[in-house]
Design a protein around this ligand. Structure first.
Ligand SMILES: *Cc1c(COP(=O)(O)O)cnc(C)c1O
Length: 443
């Protein structure tokens, strides 16, 4: 029997990775350490983490302040059930967050990832109307190509893409709106007006200002505020999914801060713990919460997870929040924003570049591979490899390559990233896809 030797080979023998065609994927890169914006591989190679390890990391890897708080919590209280019991970290985190969120947010409901935060939000909306004797209000509005997670409810309110096709027949019906990208606001508002005439619309869920998985598609706060205003006039609840945009990613602490209307419900995860531990939370306005108050036990929200409000995750979130609120973090985000803006000026309009989008610390370059879209996934693989060859971790979304770096990323490190984006432009200009390779899907 062959004896597996390297970590990657041992992995290959027993593991099944997310979003990965295991038959054709190359062996995974074994990472043994993280430090600042860098991931350090078993063989000593250092990789610059340009995407915050799937959008979760805020302040750099293995941050000592988060590590200290987590280890202290571990030695004090590692976990306690959260029905009938509470603990200091859960209360403190909720108090601190509510003080920072839009003023109408009044309650915090804990869960353990972004998809569950969305499931809780959807259930809050449906049961809100159910408790008020309006069960026919059960249709959600959402954006084409949006992404709200991989559980069934979250998939249902996400765009119908190739990844969820096997499950389409089981996803509940929703109504899709076009994203009101600049120049197309009127079309979306007209679609919304038509749908709001229907008596069955319950909620509108959106990724505020940046649709991440759709390819960092961006739209303006003014049109979103207008959409919320129209939803409220029709009695429809609005859910702001800040799982990606939360905790400073788009500039302000929360993208929803840029709106003139406040969402009824908000979802958080990813950066919530600074990228240290899995945690989700859903917050809501008093009006939503109050619809669940009754002498009737059956009006309660019957949702929970074993690790709801895990104290260690709460401790990580408190430590990360302290770092995020510090002036230094604001300066770091402004510095990254300015550097992105300068690079955008440089590369936009150049041959091979179709569009450049930028908001806060998120920069996306949409390359122009010429005719058609069928080569996107091969181009994507070529981009991915080019970045790795330059010791940079990126996960292109088709022909869109984005940077979403930890806030501690220095100007020198940003220059390395921009250099890779420049090289990608040359790659696009030289790109001739091999005709007979199988298409392999990646996210
Ligand atoms: C990643 C993401 C989710 C899902 O979060 P998971 O923790 O991966 O389940 C939901 N909404 C948005 C906007 C996201 O970016």
């Amino acid at each position: 029997m062959p004896h597996p030797t390297s970590l990657a080979q041992r992995d290959h023998a027993v593991l099944w990775h997310p979003y990965t065609q295991m038959q054709t994927a190359p062996l995974p890169i074994p990472i043994v350490r993280g430090e600042g914006s860098w991931l350090i591989a078993e063989d000593g190679t250092r990789y610059l983490d340009a995407i915050s390890s799937w959008w979760v990391n805020l302040h750099g890897h293995s941050h000592p302040a988060i590590a200290a708080r987590v280890s202290e919590q571990l030695r004090t209280l590692e976990h306690v059930l959260f029905a009938g019991f509470t603990h200091p970290a859960a209360v403190e985190l909720a108090e601190q967050l509510l003080a920072l969120l839009p003023a109408n947010q009044a309650r915090v409901f804990y869960s353990d990832n972004g998809s569950t935060a969305v499931e809780v939000a959807l259930k809050m909306v449906l049961q809100y109307f159910h408790n008020q004797g309006q069960p026919a209000r059960r249709t959600f509005l959402c954006f084409q190509n949006s992404y709200h997670g991989d559980t069934f409810g979250a998939m249902a309110v996400s765009g119908r893409g190739a990844f969820t096709e096997p499950f389409w027949p089981l996803l509940f019906d929703v109504e899709f709106l076009d994203v009101p990208v600049p120049g197309h606001e009127a079309e979306t508002l007209a679609q919304l007006d038509a749908l709001l005439l229907r008596p069955d619309v319950a909620g509108f869920i959106f990724e505020p200002l940046v649709l991440g998985t759709a390819g960092m598609v961006m739209y303006e706060p003014e049109v979103l505020s207008e959409m919320l205003r129209r939803c409220y006039q029709a009695g429809v609840l609005c859910i702001s999914d800040e799982v990606m945009t939360g905790f400073g990613r788009t500039g302000p602490l929360f993208a929803s801060e840029l709106l003139t209307e406040q969402p009824d419900i908000m979802c958080f995860s990813k950066g919530l713990t600074g990228g240290t531990l899995a945690m989700g939370l859903t917050t809501c306005a008093a009006q939503v919460y109050e619809a669940f108050l009754s002498h009737d036990k059956m009006r309660a929200l019957f949702h929970g997870h074993s690790y709801t409000a895990n104290p260690v995750a709460c401790a990580a979130a408190l430590a990360s929040l302290e770092l995020t609120r510090a002036e230094e973090c604001t300066r770091q985000r402004q510095r990254i924003e300015a550097a992105h803006a300068a690079f955008r000026q440089e590369i936009k309009g150049q041959p091979g570049v179709r569009a450049v989008r930028h908001r806060g610390t998120v920069l996306a370059v949409e390359y122009d591979p010429g005719e058609g879209t069928s080569y996107f996934s091969r181009l994507r693989d070529a981009f991915y490899q080019l970045a790795l060859d330059h010791h940079v971790v990126l996960r292109p979304l088709g022909n869109v390559v984005y940077l979403l770096p930890p806030y501690c990323t220095t100007n020198e490190e940003l220059d390395l990233l921009y250099d890779v984006l420049r090289r990608m432009r040359h790659l696009v200009l030289d790109f001739t896809p091999a005709p007979n390779l199988p298409e392999i899907l990646h996210d």
